[in-house]
Design a binder for this molecule. Sequence first.
Ligand code: KIV
Ligand code: ZN
Length: 432
Amino acid sequence: ENKYRAFPPVRLADRTWPDKTITAPPVWMSTDLRDGNQALIEPMSAASKMRFFDTIVGCGIKEIEVGFPSASQADFDFVRQLIEQDRVPADVTIEVLTQAREDLIRRTIDSLAGARRAIVHLYNAVSPSFRRIVFNMSREEVVAIAVAGTRLIRELTDARPETEWVFEYSPETFSMAELDFAREVCDAVSAVWQPTPERKMIINLPSTVEVSTPNVYADQIEWMHRHLARRDSIVLSVHPHNDRGTAVAAAELAVMAGADRVEGCLFGNGERTGNVDLVTLALNLYTQGVHPGLDFSDIDEVRKCVEECNQIPVHPRHPYVGDLVFTAFSGSHQDAIKKGFAQQDPQGLWEVPYLPIDPADLGRSYDAVIRVNSQSGKGGMTYLLEQTYGLKLPRRLQIEFSRAVQRVMDETGKEVDAKDIHAVFEEEYLSP
Ligand code: KIV
Ligand code: ZN
């Protein structure tokens, strides 16, 4: 008996996103300091948050969700610190999250006093299971909560014209909700806010829990993109979580389907299996020839900061940044990479086999590209000997030499580096 009840897919015979490619980057929003931080075993200290904030700014991300000030005094204090110490660059906008309760909204707006520009992010859950199980609420009650929250934010922000306000609404659990109802709530909210093409609001459609294949999420986004009221006055945002491990694909397809903006975290931190990884998304664009508008030219520094602040290591096989991703152990791969480097045109397209990106573009070195263990052939060892010690072995000698290195690896069962390989060379050919 099949007890699994899948979310019904959205069937759009006329969907357009499969025919598209991404030609321009979305607006990026980092929620590392909010969704990311709330998922940490030990939430960040104020000093770590400030360091992380500066790193996000350094990457070129212009919208940064910095906390949930009505839910935590530490978050409130951090927002005050950013504003009072004038830590927010002129082209960066801070964002804060709030639930749709009057006291919480008032406190949220208070936290932003004196901000030059700010995004107030309101959310409430809309899916049937949340309405029934968590809140015991009707559809009408859910709409009423979102509308009342929006109305109060409008009133409070209108009273503080010294700040340039942007409003964001998230129907939480969107991807598990009925599309017509999600649209109804969003339309009701935008009817209250009254955005214009000059003063847009953000509608953010989260896969709060990722429950479907990425194409289904993209269909949902395309449907909203086509059916939302006041679409020309709305920045359509997505917020994929990674429960099925497909958040990056979901975000990419969602952008093809009409999304303008992506919320996520660096290296995919976030609740449970994480938020979508903004670094992977951005560098995927980069390897397709679309500049993401972000700067990861010293990705190791970014990684160091994120690992230290989150106290979570980045996996060695994490795309673009893991320790092992520019490494080839197998002999045939090493040989191909070596040939690729030798024939690389510095002005031309990047065409080194097995390496999807030039590690130098990320501030990573070629040294780690070739590593040698018992799986490797002669290519890698001779490459390391040549690169590190300028020793170019004649072809005939390469086979004999690789056997000697192989013997050492078989004995130790370990990987060898350039120094070990040179020691074998000395032992074999230079010692009396
Ligand atoms: O995942 C989610 O639904 C959220 C909302 C608050 C946007 O984080
Ligand atoms: Zn989230």
